[in-house]
Design a binder for this molecule. Structure first.
Ligand code: RIB
Ligand code: CA
Length: 312
């Protein structure tokens, strides 16, 4: 039986690739997509997510609008990575109908968690604001949801964050929301930069899509992202942060995980959004998050590219 999932996104380039990968894998029953302010403002996230779904012929999947800002802080968008519209201008040609009124994303999460107790997997690939709001309204979803799989944080590679030296964007964008989620008691897995930076899609990987349905989109949507990677890492390509997070739900053997106690820094200006993993159990607290120790990067990249190699 296909796993029932909700995908929470801040579409963004790698979010778009994650939506495509999850849908084209044919392994996931996508109950809905929930949108949150993150890489770009919420209205762009909604538009980009709906355009991606139209491009892949999955307009049957509904997108639910969620939080248009973090719980406390001002939004901090990443146009320099994702382009002025969030998808590198690669969806301008995809026309979509006027957005219909929809249920607030946190309410949709609660509704589906209640309906599919212990059957629902939440895949969170943006800031955790929607899930934090849902938990505040209905804390019992922490027991009802089978697993929360989150792209975020950095736990082992000190100093290699992408927003602050020890902070990753999704957690940094709303650290208070992340703190609520990490303390919720839910069954959680954190797919962090420690592993996602190793699943780096190069221009050579993209070239393998030449002549197939999504080649133009993957090449064009990642242009700004790849330029930013060249500047920051000296490599032309993009780390598949969000697709790997979806990949873990499709095939958990892509990642080696182990449970530790993880907390989030919400005060220090130097470390706001830092995910602190207590590997030595100094705080003597009950482990709460499965963190990722290693990734089978090559096998995942093969799976990603072959899944997107759609011809018709
Ligand atoms: O740090 C990478 C994460 O932040 C990815 O989810 C990317 O889309 C942005 O949301
Ligand atoms: Ca994202």
């Amino acid at each position: 039986m296909m796993k029932k999932i909700i995908l929470d996104v801040d579409t963004g380039v790698d979010d778009a690739l994650a939506i495509m990968y999850g849908a084209e894998s044919k392994q996931l029953d996508i109950l809905g997509i929930t949108a949150v302010s993150g890489n770009v403002p919420l209205h762009m996230v909604m538009k980009n997510s709906r355009r991606v779904l139209k491009m892949i012929g999955r307009e049957d999947v509904k997108v639910y609008a969620g939080a248009d800002r973090p719980l406390f802080r001002e939004a901090d968008y990443e146009f320099r990575v994702h382009g002025e519209d969030g998808v590198g201008g690669a969806l301008d040609h995809v026309e979509i109908a006027e957005e219909e009124e929809s249920m607030f994303a946190p309410d949709f999460i609660i509704e589906q968690a209640k309906k599919y107790k212990k059957e629902l997997t939440l895949i969170m690939v943006g800031p955790l604001t929607n899930l934090a709001l849902a938990l505040r309204k209905e804390p019992r979803i922490a027991e009802w949801i089978d697993e929360v799989v989150m792209m975020g944080g950095i736990v082992s590679e000190a100093g290699k964050g992408n927003k602050l030296p020890n902070s990753e964007f999704n957690i940094y964008a709303d650290a208070e929301a992340a703190s609520i989620v990490f303390k919720s008691g839910a069954n959680m897995t954190l797919v962090s930069l420690d592993v996602t930076l190793k699943t780096f899609m190069t221009i050579e990987h993209i070239d393998q899509l030449k002549g197939t349905k999504y080649y133009d989109f993957v090449l064009n949507s990642t242009e700004v992202f790849r330029g930013f990677s060249k500047m920051r890492y000296g490599k032309n390509g993009c780390a598949l942060h969000d697709p790997l997070t979806v990949g873990y739900v499709i095939d958990p053997t892509f990642l080696e995980t182990k449970k530790y106690y993880v907390d989030v820094e919400t005060v220090s200006p130097l470390g706001y959004g830092q995910t602190i993993c207590d590997f030595r159990n100094l705080w003597e607290k009950e482990p709460n998050v499965n963190i990722c120790l290693s990734v089978d990067a090559e096998r995942f990249l093969d799976s990603f590219i072959s899944t997107l190699k759609v011809t018709e």
